[in-house]
Design a protein around this ligand. Structure first.
Ligand code: NAP
Length: 272
């Protein structure tokens, strides 16, 4: 058998960001692996997975909406991916099974851990969409007390119930007296969305760690305000990098060369 192994991604709009990170990792470890971003429509999903089986493609990263719609086509789901109800990674195992994993939650936890160990801490999680769902599971799994807060409060309550967390009214997100870390998993601040900050500058203080899942741009209004207030900040590319590193490890069963992958990510990031 050839020592050339193929991985890739399935998305509606293919970008080279993941490919550059993974291929930098392969090069750093001297692996003759390749990573191809495939652009597909919803109707192509069963065919893409049949191709994965037939061609022996080792792994696919998947983005929305495939994180949800891929589930019925997989042979098994890793336990945490099953609890989250979404898979961002498919591993073609040596027995020919396609197994779904979720590395978004690990990416978020590893990113926060660069500044704060979540165990025993109280985290205010803003948002209740796909990213927030993975992070809510991740932070509770890591032993944090998680308080979910979302503009549409019913979604915050449903997510909190699903993970055994608490919820808080959106209007009360500014009261951070009992909070160690704030994590923005809303799309507010993202390029093309509302460019404002989900928290007013007056709510921020030096005792907080403020992490933003938004990575385009890197310097969101929230991150800028948090820095100005003296808070410790974690920008969105750290989660992106760590979730890719966990994918790399699932595919190659080798420790991800984080520095090489980080260097490959940098040119893709816009600061403002
Ligand atoms: P999503 O499922 O569409 O959820 C969007 C969330 O943002 C919802 O909770 C929504 O609240 C809230 N929201 C949108 N506009 C808002 C506003 N103006 N004010 C307050 N809340 C607002 O999106 P997603 O997939 O979770 O992604 C969210 C963000 O995370 C995106 O910027 C995405 O790029 C980023 N992300 C980053 C990573 C990473 O690795 N760094 C990974 C995944 C996602 P309602 O429920 O009230 O509508």
């Amino acid at each position: 058998m050839s020592d050339v192994v193929l991985c890739g991604s399935l998305s509606r709009h293919a970008v080279t960001l993941g490919a550059d990170m993974h291929e930098a990792g392969y090069a750093a470890l001297g692996l003759r692996w390749r990573y191809v971003p495939f652009e597909i429509g919803e109707a192509d999903l069963p065919g893409a997975l049949a191709g994965m089986r037939a061609l022996g493609i080792r792994g696919f990263g998947v983005s929305m909406p495939f994180k949800l719609t891929i589930l019925p086509f997989l042979d098994a789901l890793a336990p945490v991916a099953a609890r989250i109800g979404a898979a961002n990674t498919v591993v073609h195992d040596p027995n020919g099974r396609l197994v779904g994993h979720n590395t978004d939650w690990q990416g978020g936890v590893s990113a926060l851990r660069e500044c704060l160990e979540p165990a025993g801490k109280t985290i205010l999680l803003l948002g209740a969409g796909g990213a927030a769902r993975a992070l809510a599971f991740g932070f509770t799994e890591a032993g944090a007390r998680v308080v979910v807060c979302n503009r549409t409060s019913a979604k915050a309550e449903a997510l909190a119930d699903a993970v055994g967390a608490e919820s808080r009214a959106w209007a009360d997100r500014v009261d951070l007296a009992d909070i160690d870390a704030v994590v923005n998993a809303t799309s507010q601040g993202m390029v093309g969305a509302d460019g404002g900050s989900p928290l007013p500058p007056s709510a921020l203080s030096p005792k907080l760690v403020v992490m933003d899942a938004v990575y385009a741009p890197l310097e969101t209004a929230l991150v800028r305000a948090a820095r100005a207030a003296g808070a410790t900040t974690v920008t969105g590319e750290r989660m992106l990098l760590h979730q890719a590193a966990r994918q790399f490890e699932l595919y190659t069963e080798r420790e991800a060369p984080l520095d090489a992958m980080d260097a490959a990510l940098r040119p893709h990031l816009a600061t403002s």
